[in-house]
Design a protein around this ligand. Structure first.
Ligand code: SF4
Length: 154
C-alpha cells in the first residue's frame, strides 16, 4: 500500500481550495492500493487558508529545533503541523506502508524542494522529513510519474 498527498489525487485541500490532480500520478497508481492524506487538513488548518512557508530552515531543520513553519502573517503553525504529521506517520507505519508519493514544493509534503519564505529551495517539507526519518521512502510526484509504472508496489 502507498501513501499519497491528497491534492495529487483530486482533493481540493490546498491553501487556495484547489487540487493538484496529477493524471500521471493517477495513472501510475492504477492497480495499486493507496491511501490519501493531507497533513495540513489533519492539523486543523482551514481551507482556504493563508499559504505557509518555512522560516530559518526546512523540514529537517524543524526536526532539529532550528526552524519553524509560519503563515504569511507570521503566525507560527509548527506545533499543530508537527503533531498531525507525526500522527499520520505513525498510522502509516501501523498500516505497514513503506512508500509515500508526495507533492513537491509543499512545506508539508515537498520531497526535494520547498518554500523558505517566498523562495523555492532544496529541502523537505515537515511531513516528508518525518516519514523519511521513520524509514518510509518518500518520492516526489514528478519522480513517481517517471518510475511509478516500473517499480513494484510495496
Ligand atoms: S501538498 Fe500535502 S499538505 Fe499541501 S494540500 Fe497537498 S496533501 Fe495537503
Amino acid at each position: 500500500m502507498l501513501l499519497v498527498s491528497a491534492c495529487l489525487v483530486g482533493f481540493r485541500c490546498r491553501y487556495n481550495r484547489s487540487s493538484k490532480e496529477n493524471r500521471g500520478v493517477l495513472d501510475a497508481l492504477d492497480g495499486k492500493t493507496w491511501i490519501a492524506v493531507c497533513p495540513e487538513q489533519r492539523a486543523g488548518l482551514p481551507t482556504p487558508r493563508d499559504p505557509i512557508m518555512f522560516a530559518g530552515g526546512t523540514g529537517q531543520d524543524v526536526l532539529k529545533g532550528r526552524a519553524k513553519i509560519v503563515c504569511k502573517d507570521g503566525a507560527d503553525v509548527t506545533a499543530p503541523l508537527w503533531k498531525a504529521s507525526l500522527a499520520l506517520c505513525r498510522q502509516a507505519k501501523g498500516l505497514g506502508i513503506v512508500r509515500a508519493v508526495l507533492k513537491e514544493k509543499s512545506p508539508s509534503c515537498g520531497v526535494c524542494r520547498t518554500y523558505l519564505g517566498d523562495r523555492v529551495v532544496k529541502g523537505m517539507g515537515l511531513f516528508a522529513a518525518l516519514l523519511a526519518e521513520e524509514g518510509i521512502e518518500v518520492v516526489g510526484d514528478e519522480t513517481f510519474v517517471m518510475i511509478g509504472h516500473e517499480k513494484d508496489d510495496v
